[in-house]
Design a protein around this ligand. Structure first.
Ligand SMILES: Nc1ncnc2c1ncn2[C@@H]1O[C@H](COP(=O)(O)OP(=O)(O)OP(=O)(O)O)[C@@H](O)[C@H]1O
Length: 270
């Protein structure tokens, strides 16, 4: 039996500077196999850029990125496609496929080249039903609501059966029930997940570890209770809040005081 590496992602000294200014500078973190890492931080702090480096969309970075103990630069495109599934932040608008056809595309990396045989619909229908779109499976993707589109793309990623799932703000179009449901599904997959997320309470409840970024640098990287401190939140996001253990899930829960501090200087890139 193939031995599963303990670490799915290991990032060391990752820097990226488009336009001669740092978008990412000296980023270090690693993700244990089967765990969920939440990437948090204010707008423009570098969350999507970190994710894009991980799935090979951004080139020209420096440092080291290893996926399952192997440098990402040594992977072929097909190897990445079979191991890593990605749900990007922006939902594409030019897909003219039904939900079922779109989700079926998730099976493509696993199909033998030139295979004419239609793959089994079972995993496709299961994934569609998991994200609550069973009644929309024949509807055209481009006619779905924003949240439905996002769930269809997540179903496509699930069908891919990746070892590593990368999700860039997957909850931003979802209502609160679907946000919780999606994060429960992700957690129950027991695969390695890197997810960027704006809702700090959801990040706290569902992520094993958090990477807090500000202006392209790591401010904190640890378990939620050590990252989501009142002082980190107010200094990075510029909001007043109180942090207490959630009464049910024993993770930090943030209550915002809906008054902004009078002095706050947003950090900008170097
Ligand atoms: N291709 C690019 N060329 C130049 N600058 C870029 C490029 N991509 C990202 N940036 C800059 O890098 C910084 C980080 O962007 P990124 O999208 O990673 O932030 P983010 O934390 O995901 O933000 P948000 O929460 O708003 O989605 C921003 O200042 C952005 O303008």
């Amino acid at each position: 039996m193939a031995c599963v590496p303990e670490t799915s992602v290991k990032v060391s000294k990752l820097s990226w500077s488009p336009n001669n200014s740092f978008a990412l500078e000296g980023i270090n973190f690693e993700l244990q196999t089967g765990k969920v890492l939440g990437v948090i931080g204010p707008n423009g702090s570098g969350k999507s850029s970190v994710l894009r480096c991980l799935y090979g969309y951004i080139k020209g970075w420096s440092g080291s990125i290893k996926l399952f103990d192997k440098p990402i630069t040594e992977y072929s495109a097909l190897e990445v496609a079979t191991k890593v599934a990605v749900v990007q932040q922006d939902t594409p608008s030019n897909i003219h496929l039904t939900v079922e056809q779109l989700v079926e595309l998730g099976l493509t990396p696993h199909r033998p080249l030139l295979s004419l045989q239609r793959p089994s619909r079972v995993p496709v229908l299961e994934a569609i039903s998991k994200v609550g779109l069973a009644d929309k499976s024949h509807q055209d993707f481009h006619t779905l609501s924003g949240g439905e589109k996002q769930r269809a793309l997540i179903a496509r990623a699930l069908v891919q059966q990746p070892d590593l799932l990368i999700l860039d703000e997957p909850t931003n179009h979802l209502d609160v029930r679907y946000q919780i449901q999606l994060l429960q599904i992700i957690k129950n997959l027991s695969i390695s997940v890197v997810i960027s997320i704006h809702d700090l309470n959801l990040a706290s409840a569902f992520c094993d570890q958090l990477l807090l970024l500000n202006a392209g640098k790591v401010v904190a990287y640890d378990e939620p209770e050590h990252v989501l401190t009142q002082s980190n939140i107010s200094s990075v996001f510029g909001v007043n809040c109180q942090v207490q253990p959630h009464p049910k899930v024993a993770k930090p829960h943030i209550q915002y005081c809906y008054e902004l501090p009078t002095h706050f200087e947003r950090k900008v890139k170097a």
